[in-house]
Structure formats: C-alpha cells, structure tokens
Design a protein around this ligand. Structure first.
Ligand SMILES: *[C@@H]1O[C@H](CO)[C@@H](O)[C@H](O)[C@H]1NC(C)=O
Ligand SMILES: *[C@@H]1O[C@H](CO)[C@@H](O)[C@H](O)[C@H]1NC(C)=O
Ligand SMILES: *[C@@H]1O[C@H](CO)[C@@H](O)[C@H](O)[C@H]1NC(C)=O
Ligand SMILES: *[C@@H]1O[C@H](CO)[C@@H](O)[C@H](O)[C@H]1NC(C)=O
Ligand SMILES: [Fe+2]
Length: 437
C-alpha cells in the first residue's frame, strides 16, 4: 500500500523530490547552509565536493552531510504539510567552487554550484573586493519576472557573490495556504540554489507572527535573535553588513524593540573597533528612514510610509546610524528606486565633494530606497513628482541594485532597470579619512 502510494505520488508530483533549494551563509566562516522542501518525511542528506580550486584542478571525493528536518504546517489542510530540511556544508575554502546536491539518499536534486568564499570572521583576513545584488519587494507575479529573467542570466555567468533581499517576498509566503511561498521559492531557485540568498523580514512576512519567514529561512544565529533570522550581521571583504528588522518598530512591543536595539548598538560598536580592517559599514532593512513623499495623490501609501513612519524610525534609529558612522542604509518597502545624498536630521550633509554621481568623504549615512524588484501591486508608490532636496535620482522601473566594494576607499553602486536591460543610475562613494572612533 505505502509503496504504491509513494510511486504514485512521485510520478504525479514529486513528493519525495527536493525543491525550493536555497543557500545561506552561517555565523561561521567556511560554511554554507542549504535548505529545501519535500512533501513526505524523508531523510535529509547533502552531498558536495570541490569542483574547481586554484590549486586543485580536479574534483575531490563526495562528502556526505546528514541534515535535519522539521514538519511545517504551511496552511490549514493536511495537504499543506511540508518538510523543511536543512544542513550545513563545512570546511569550505574561498579559492574553490563547490558542487552539491540535496536529497534523501535515493532521490537527489540536480547539481548546483556555489563559491567557497563566505563571510570572513577570522585571520587570515580576506579583504578582497566583491559584488553583491541588493533587491527588495519581489513577488511571484508578472511585475517580478523581468528582474528574475535578468538575474537568472547573470547567475549563470557567476557575475556576483550573493543576493541580499531587503524584505517583502512572494506576496505573501503564507498566501493560499503557503502555496504562494512554495511557488516563489521554486521560482528563485536558479539563483538561491547557487548563491547565498540572505533575507530579512518585511511587513508582508508578518502574518502569524512571521511564522513562514522564520520557518522557511535559516539565517546566521546570534545570542539575541533566537534563531529567527530577523536580524544578524556578517563581515564580507572590506565591509561589515548588518541585516536589521524595522518591522519590530511597527508590530512588536517595546521590549522586543529594545532587545534588537541593544544588539544593534553592541554590533555597531564592535564593528567600529574593527573598522581599520573593515572600513565599510552597510546597514539594510525594510522600512525607509527617508523617502520623498508623494502628496499629489492624497491616498497613496507612500504618504504614510515616507511621511509618518519615516519620522518614527528617524526618532528610533537615526542617531544610532549617525553616531556609528553607517556608510549606507539600504531600505525598501516603497515600490520605487530613490538614491539620496548623505542626510542627517532631514537635511543634506555636504561631503568634501559632491557630484551628481559621486560623494567624496561623506559625513553622514547615504540612503538608498530599492523596493522595486517587482511586487504584487504594481506602482502603488510611484516616485514623488516633487522629490525632497536630498533626492539625487529616482525611477519607477522594476529592477535591482548592484553593490561593488573594490577596496577600503572605493564603493560603487548601480541600479539596473529590468525592462530597459540597462543601468539607469550609479554612484561612487569614496572614503578620504576615518569617520568613526
Ligand atoms: C507573537 O510574538 C510576540 C513576541 O514574541 C508574542 O508576544 C506574541 O504572543 C506572539 N503572538 C502569537 C499569536 O503567537
Ligand atoms: C522602552 O521603554 C523604556 C522605558 O520607558 C524606554 O527607556 C526605552 O527607550 C523604550 N524603548 C523603545 C525602543 O522605545
Ligand atoms: C524634511 O525636509 C523636506 C524638505 O527637504 C520638507 O518638505 C519636510 O517637511 C521635512 N520633514 C520633516 C519631518 O521635517
Ligand atoms: C581602489 O579601487 C579603485 C577602483 O577600482 C581604484 O581606482 C583604486 O586605485 C583602488 N585603491 C587602492 C588603494 O587599491
Ligand atoms: Fe513592505
């Protein structure tokens, strides 16, 4: 009976076959975590090997990792039960590429490939430059397909190191009894199975207390986040990245906010002690601190997002960002692209030199809104026809950003328009001196 059931299920929908494969970096150097889903309770195995190293040209032996799994009730019905598997590949070397497959020992996924370069937490320090994709507000619908098509192509050429998703995914992970989340994770798999795909929560993840976000993603652990993946940080090349959760300021109690703020302050202080080695401090979170208000259409969501909510977050966070000399804050949520100058207390802070596409020696955080990978609702937050004085460039085009940090002094960011298949904006940020303690 059971045997027949398995055969039929496999033939009809691949209930044993691993899907929704996504990678993430962990809190340890030289590790890559894989997470995937099956619809039957099978065992969790990863096999991996180095396939291309600078010093070892031939593949090594396969290494098998026993992972673990949990039962996840993704919706109301018994048919919505899924099994989320995870396991960690260790001992990775940054000069190697790895190939791997996930499965139950019998049914394996196709092979995927990732780079052994991971966050760098210990000597010898790896402060080489890198290139990372930054995007936000990305769903399953037609608006997101342009972005997906282009990043899929770039993924094949291994043109970047990782993806940072600044909240709001799938629209929503839990919709239609979790089927929307399943579908989105299948759609992004060509990217997420081959690169670390690092996430933080947005407001669209909030249903059932962010349950789907917590269960489906495995982000680096720290003492404060209790395994939730809401907030964490990592060092990569010459940068310290902080993935932060602004949603707690809207949906959670003062206690929860304070826990995260305490963690943030400690994390930034530690980053500043280490800033000679890693001069760049990049913070990312879903809700904006600054964006131009669109007062012309009275009922627009952006009047709240950029008018009321930004003021709340400025009160809660701006002083911390400023006093710790955060270089760039990437924000999303508003469905457009807006690059802003260095700002403090709602005013442009002049750098040593400012041009239309360059800031040399900035003296306050630069803000970039990037919530336009392609959300469900279209442009419900069109760019303001009357941008604020600190707005440098703005666009409604669906797309994403690319952050390149070359070295201790040179950072380059460009915004890519998916429909135009071209770069529409860029900025250089150049450090001239220390701006921290
Ligand atoms: C949601 O999470 C908060 C904070 O952890 C907790 O106080 C609350 O009881 C949770 N609510 C539900 C419905 O689980
Ligand atoms: C939480 O409440 C305490 C006491 O009223 C206050 O000092 C603190 O600033 C509050 N924290 C936040 C994040 O609002
Ligand atoms: C911020 O400055 C802009 C002008 O750039 C102004 O329109 C807006 O009202 C200011 N907001 C606050 C909260 O002061
Ligand atoms: C840093 O990178 C920039 C851009 O590639 C380059 O022009 C500059 O010379 C580099 N600086 C150092 C110290 O390598
Ligand atoms: Fe949002």
């Amino acid at each position: 009976m059971l045997f027949a059931f398995l055969i039929i299920s496999t033939a009809s929908g691949g209930w044993l076959y691993p899907e929704q494969i996504h990678l993430s970096w962990t809190e340890n150097e030289g590790e890559m975590r894989a997470t995937w889903v099956t619809y039957l309770p099978v065992s969790s195995v990863i096999s991996f090997r180095s396939m291309l190293c600078l010093d070892i040209p031939n593949p090594t032996e396969w290494i098998y990792v026993q992972g673990s799994s949990k039962k996840f009730q993704a919706g109301d019905k018994i048919s919505n039960i899924e099994y989320i598997h995870t396991g960690v590949m260790t001992g990775l070397r940054s000069e190697c590429k790895y190939e791997y497959s996930v499965g139950d020992g019998l049914f394996w996924s196709d092979l995927n490939v990732f780079s052994g370069r991971t966050p760098d937490y210990q000597a010898p320090w790896d402060t080489r430059g890198f290139e990372i994709i930054v995007l936000g507000d990305w769903g399953t619908g037609p608006n997101g397909q342009y972005t997906r098509h282009i990043i899929n192509q770039e993924a094949k050429f291994r043109d970047f190191d990782a993806v940072l998703h600044v909240g709001d995914m799938a629209y929503d992970l839990d919709d239609n009894n979790g089927k929307v989340g399943d579908q989105w994770l299948r759609i992004v798999q060509p990217i997420s199975a081959n690169y670390a795909y690092m996430t933080l929560p947005g407001n669209h993840e909030k249903d059932d207390n962010f349950t789907h976000y917590k269960q489906r993603f495995n982000m680096p652990l720290n003492d404060a986040n209790q395994g939730t993946g809401y907030f964490y940080s990592f060092d990569y090349g010459p940068a310290h990245f902080v993935m932060f959760d602004t949603e707690v300021f809207f949906y959670y109690s003062n206690d929860t906010q304070q826990t995260q703020l305490n963690w943030l302050i400690q994390d930034l202080q530690k980053a500043n002690q280490n800033r000679d080695l890693r001069p760049w401090l990049i913070l990312l979170s879903h809700h904006p601190l600054y964006c131009s208000v669109n007062w012309e259409i009275p009922l627009l969501q952006s009047n709240k997002d950029c008018g009321v909510d930004t003021i709340k977050l400025q009160n809660d966070l701006e002083e911390i960002f400023y006093s710790n000399a955060v270089d760039i804050y990437f924000q999303a949520h508003v469905h457009n692209y807006e690059r802003e100058s260095a700002i403090y207390h709602n005013k442009t802070v002049p750098s040593e030199y400012d041009g239309p596409h360059i800031h040399i020696g900035p003296k306050a955080p630069i803000y970039i809104t990037n919530g336009n990978a392609g959300n469900r609702d279209g442009h419900n937050d069109p760019t303001s026809p009357t941008p604020q004085e600190w707005a440098q460039y703005w666009s409604n085009d669906y797309g994403y950003g690319r952050l390149k940090i070359f070295n201790d002094t040179h950072l380059y960011y460009e915004q890519y328009s998916a429909p135009l298949v071209d770069t529409i904006d860029y900025v250089w940020v150049i450090k001239t001196a220390k701006r921290y303690n």
